[in-house]
Design a protein around this ligand. Structure first.
Ligand SMILES: Cc1ncc(COP(=O)(O)O)c(C=O)c1O
Length: 397
């Protein structure tokens, strides 16, 4: 009997949505397991159980501090990238209101919604003025635009290191230099959630004052993240309560998540070779798709892009329909960022890149991971052209 297509065995499914989330690595799972049960202490407790958990947190904090080349006291654990970004923006804006009644914030128009919606909230509440920098057709911010936008009440600049939808890498070092040259007291933050597994995030290399990461994009569990905050920066906490996280983020620590994040960061040191393999597969996928499927646009920068990102717009089709058809073939991709995929509006990132909304509707993103194989890429290159052909026929394109 023929197996129904949606009964494809789990192990035969092809996962190409690593920018949405990644599986927890086996080494991470092994490291965190004891902290669910026998090592269950509250790190604030003075007894053995508490101190055992505290030591594990301290170790994790040290691993991450070493990775970023900063002090452990500059690492603040959060519930993820969203909270880290909220803490960065609101924390600085709230602290700056002592000096300016309406502080000015600069960000880019292609940020993740957790940055953009936070900025829009601050504007609506009349707590800050915000400038959204434009990008070019590849999604790149022009440093000269940033320079022109800085004002006397500018307190905070936030530009993401790499984009989650199109993979474009921003010239962070240059943006920091321009900002600091204009006014060294402006705080520069970068959302490195998508960048941490691929790019150099050492703070002395980038020169940023704050940097956000999230665990579930690099093989740690969901619900853990971190904000690096340079030690001399005054920031208001968002959560009030106990003295955890150097009084910058109250609440009993997510011990399991923190240990998992530390382990995942430790494993990144060995990732260079794996990234070479991912890039080879990614290049094969891009080349194959552009060759086999006419009327296709590669979105994002052709070269300055994340090693695992292959994102496209297929003219004459609806991205959601492509996704569903791929899923029936056992292939998981994304039609934009995971959180945006429920909305029918074209992605704000593609709109900012000047892509026609009709074309942007046909957006599909493949993001590769360590476990993907050449056979899997071959399968995508076999089925995707047929799917696009079929859908274009239906739409009369
Ligand atoms: C660039 C970027 N920033 C922030 C986030 C939010 O991170 P989290 O899911 O940990 O809240 C994401 C998640 O997709 C992201 O891609």
């Amino acid at each position: 009997m023929r197996k129904s297509k949606n009964k494809i065995q789990r192990q035969k499914r092809i996962y190409l949505d690593h920018a949405a989330t990644t599986p927890v690595k086996k080494e991470v799972l092994k490291a965190i397991q004891p902290y669910f049960s026998e090592k269950f202490g509250n790190p604030s407790s003075v007894h053995f159980f508490g101190q055992e958990a505290k030591r594990a947190i301290d170790k994790s904090r040290q691993i991450i501090a070493d990775f970023l080349n900063v002090k452990p006291t500059e690492i603040i654990f959060t519930s993820g990238g969203t909270e880290a970004n909220n803490l960065a923006i609101k924390g600085i804006v709230f602290a700056s209101r002592k000096k300016f009644s309406l502080p000015h914030v600069i960000t880019s128009s292609v940020e993740h919604h957790c940055i953009l919606h936070t900025c829009e909230y601050l504007e609506r509440q009349k707590l800050a003025e915000v400038t959204y920098l434009p990008v070019d057709k590849f999604g790149m911010v022009n440093p000269l635009d940033l320079e022109k936008t800085i004002r006397s009440n500018t307190v905070f600049v936030s530009v993401m290191y790499a984009n989650n939808e199109i993979g474009t890498i921003q010239p962070i070092k240059e943006l920091v230099k321009i900002t600091k040259r204009k006014n060294p007291s402006i705080i520069f933050h970068t959302d490195a959630v998508q960048a941490i597994g691929d790019l150099n995030c050492k703070i002395n290399y980038l020169g940023v004052d704050m940097l956000s990461i999230s665990g579930h994009k690099i093989g740690a569990p969901k619900g853990i993240g971190m904000l690096y905050i340079r030690s001399n920066i005054e920031i208001h906490p968002l959560l009030h309560g106990g003295p955890q996280e150097f009084r910058k983020r109250a609440g009993t620590e997510n011990v399991v998540g923190i240990i998992g994040l530390g382990k995942a960061i430790e494993l990144l040191r060995k990732k260079e070779k794996k990234n070479e393999k991912i890039k080879k597969l990614r290049d094969k996928l891009i080349k194959g798709i552009l060759e086999k499927i006419p009327e296709t646009i590669l979105t994002g920068h052709p070269l300055k892009r994340l090693v695992n990102n292959a994102s496209f717009c297929f003219k004459g089709v609806d991205g959601e329909a492509v996704l569903l058809n791929l899923d029936l073939e056992g292939i998981a991709a994304s039609s934009g960022s995971a959180c945006a995929s429920l909305s029918l509006k074209p992605s704000h990132v593609l709109s900012a890149c000047g892509i026609d909304p009709l074309i942007a509707k046909g957006a599909i993103r493949f993001t590769l991971g360590e476990e993907n194989t050449e056979r899997e890429i071959d399968k995508v290159l076999k089925v995707l052209p047929l799917i696009i052909k079929k859908l274009r026929k239906i739409s009369g394109y």
